[in-house]
Design a protein around this ligand. Structure first.
Ligand SMILES: [Zn+2]
Length: 465
C-alpha cells in the first residue's frame, strides 16, 4: 500500500513537471475592467435572453482552472491599467501610471520579452490603440502612461513579430507637445510592415517581415468600434486573434497577449448593454484561441484574467431583489453613439430643437416610451437634462468636444441601468477581485488565491521561458 502511494506520488510529480515547460503556444487574454461581476452579469444576461433565471455559460468560464486575483498596485489599493498592466506583464508591482518600469522608474521586462528570448514568436493585440496602457506594458518602458508617442517609439526595439489594434494615439506629438516625425514611419524604418485594414493585411499576410495591423485612416485610431455599434467589415478582436495565429504559428511556438480593452471604457461610462456586449465579444476572441487549443491541446495554454474591475458594478440596487436584464435589448447603441445621435439632431434642428425631437432619438435608440415605461422621476431627469443643455445652456453644448457627452445621453444611460436594476458606484476603477481562467498545458498552476503579479511567473513556468 505504501509502495503504491509512493509510485502514485512519483507519477504525479512526473506529470506535473511534464506539464511545466510544455506550453509551446501561449494565449494571454486580459479583459480590461473585467471584474468578476462583469462576467457574472454577462452570463445572467445570456440566461435571461433565453427566458431563464441563472447563468448561460460563456466559453472562458468553462475552463477547468478558475480562481481569482488581487490587483492592488505599489502606490494604491486601487490600480490603474498601467500599474496592473506592468504587474500582469512582468510580475513587478509599480506605481499607478507606470509602463514597464518599477517604482524607481527602472525598466522591467515582460514575459513577452522572455518568450522572444526563448525563440518564440510574439504578438501584442488589443481592441484599443497599440500604445495604450495594457499593450504598452508588454513592450515599452516609460514613466507615464500618457507618453503615447514615446511608448509607440519603443516598438522597434522590442523586435516582436506582430502588433495589432486600432491605431496609434498621438502619432506625431511628443508628451511635452513637440511636433515629431510620424511614429508610423519610425516603425516602418525599423523593418515593420504597417498594414491598414484587412484588405492590405490580406495582400501582405504572407510576407516575412514583422507586421503592425491597424484600422484604415478613416476610422477612429483610438479603438475598434464597440461590438454593440459594429458595422459590417469593422475589424473585431476575434479577427485580430485569427491574424495573429496566422502570423505567429510555427514550429518555434508563440506567445500572444490579447486585450479586450473596451469592457473598461464602457464600464467607465457606466454603459450597461455596451459593457456586456464587450465581454461577449472578448469571449468570441477566446473561442478563436480555444479552436487552436483543440488542435494542439497538450502544447497550448490559454490564460484569461483582467487588470482591475471598473465601475463598481452591482447586480441589483435600490433594495429591489430582481434584475431586468432583457430590458437592455432596448439599448441599441453605446452611450457614445447615443450622444452622437443626439448631437446630430442638435446640429440639424438648431435652437428650435424640441423635447419631442429628443424623445424620438431616445425611443429609437433606447426604447424609451415605446418599449419601456418610464417613471415620473426618470422622465423628470431627462426633461431637466433637456432643459439645461438645449434651452438655458444651449450655447455651451452647441460645440461638443470629441470626449464630451450630451447630458441627455448620460441621463438616458443612467435611466437604462436603473430600468435593468443595475448599480454602479463609480466612473473609475475599484479594488475588487478579478477572475482567472486557464486551460491547457500548465493549467494546474493556476489555483488558490492569486495576485496579478504572480500570473506572468506562472505562465513562464508553464512555458519554460
Ligand atoms: Zn480604466
Amino acid at each position: 500500500m505504501k509502495r503504491l502511494r509512493i509510485i502514485i506520488a512519483l507519477l504525479l510529480i512526473v506529470a506535473m513537471s511534464h506539464a511545466a515547460g510544455k506550453a509551446k503556444y501561449v494565449f494571454y487574454f486580459i479583459g480590461d475592467g473585467m471584474g468578476v461581476n462583469q462576467v457574472n452579469i454577462t452570463e445572467m444576461y445570456l440566461s435571461a435572453l433565453k427566458g431563464n433565471i441563472g447563468v448561460e455559460n460563456l466559453l472562458m468560464t468553462q475552463f477547468p482552472a478558475f480562481t481569482m486575483a488581487t490587483t492592488y498596485s505599489n502606490s494604491s489599493p486601487v490600480t490603474d491599467s498601467a500599474a496592473s498592466g506592468t504587474a500582469l506583464a512582468s510580475g513587478t508591482k509599480t506605481y499607478n501610471g507606470a509602463i514597464g518600469v518599477d517604482k524607481d522608474s527602472a525598466a522591467v521586462y515582460s514575459i513577452a520579452v522572455d518568450a522572444k528570448k526563448a525563440g518564440k514568436k510574439v504578438g501584442i493585440l488589443t481592441s484599443v490603440s497599440i500604445n495604450h496602457a495594457t499593450p504598452a506594458s508588454f513592450y515599452a518602458h516609460q514613466n507615464y502612461r500618457k507618453m503615447y508617442y514615446e511608448i509607440a517609439s519603443d516598438i522597434p526595439a522590442s523586435g516582436f513579430d506582430f502588433f495589432a489594434g486600432s491605431g496609434f494615439v498621438s502619432p506625431t506629438l511628443s508628451y511635452d507637445k513637440h511636433e515629431m516625425p510620424d511614429v508610423e514611419q519610425k516603425i516602418k524604418d525599423a523593418g515593420y510592415l504597417v498594414l491598414r485594414g484587412m484588405e492590405q493585411y490580406r495582400k501582405h499576410c504572407g510576407d516575412k517581415a514583422p507586421k503592425v495591423l491597424i484600422q484604415t485612416p478613416d476610422k477612429d485610431q483610438q479603438s475598434l468600434p464597440y461590438a454593440i455599434d459594429r458595422k459590417a467589415n469593422d475589424i473585431t478582436l476575434a479577427d485580430l486573434t485569427r491574424c495573429a495565429i496566422e502570423q505567429l504559428d510555427g514550429k518555434q511556438g508563440f506567445f500572444m497577449m490579447v486585450e479586450g480593452g473596451k469592457i473598461d471604457w464602457a464600464a467607465h461610462d457606466n454603459d450597461p448593454h455596451t459593457m456586456i456586449r464587450e465581454v461577449i465579444d472578448m469571449d468570441s476572441a477566446v473561442r478563436v484561441a480555444y479552436d487552436f487549443y483543440l488542435k494542439h491541446p497538450h502544447e497550448t495554454l490559454i490564460v484569461i484574467s483582467a487588470d482591475h474591475e471598473t465601475g463598481g458594478l452591482t447586480m441589483a440596487r435600490d433594495k429591489i431583489y430582481d434584475l431586468y436584464l432583457t430590458q437592455l435589448l432596448n439599448q441599441h447603441c453605446s452611450l457614445r453613439e447615443l450622444s452622437n445621435a443626439i448631437h446630430m439632431t442638435r446640429v440639424s434642428k438648431g435652437e428650435k430643437i424640441s423635447y419631442a425631437d429628443i424623445q424620438k432619438v431616445l425611443s429609437d435608440k433606447m426604447g424609451f416610451w415605446n418599449k419601456i415605461t418610464l417613471t415620473w422621476e426618470q422622465e423628470k431627469k431627462l426633461r431637466d437634462a433637456y432643459e439645461k443643455s438645449f434651452v438655458t445652456d444651449y450655447k455651451r453644448y452647441a460645440k461638443l468636444d470629441e470626449d464630451q457627452i450630451e447630458p441627455v445621453a448620460r441621463v438616458a444611460n443612467r435611466v437604462m441601468s436603473q430600468v435593468a436594476n443595475i448599480g454602479w458606484t463609480t466612473g473609475g476603477h475599484t479594488a475588487g477581485y478579478v477572475p482567472v481562467y486557464a486551460i491547457g498545458a500548465g493549467q494546474e498552476l493556476f489555483h488558490g488565491r492569486l495576485d496579478n503579479a504572480l500570473l506572468p511567473m506562472l505562465i513562464k513556468q508553464a512555458a519554460g521561458y
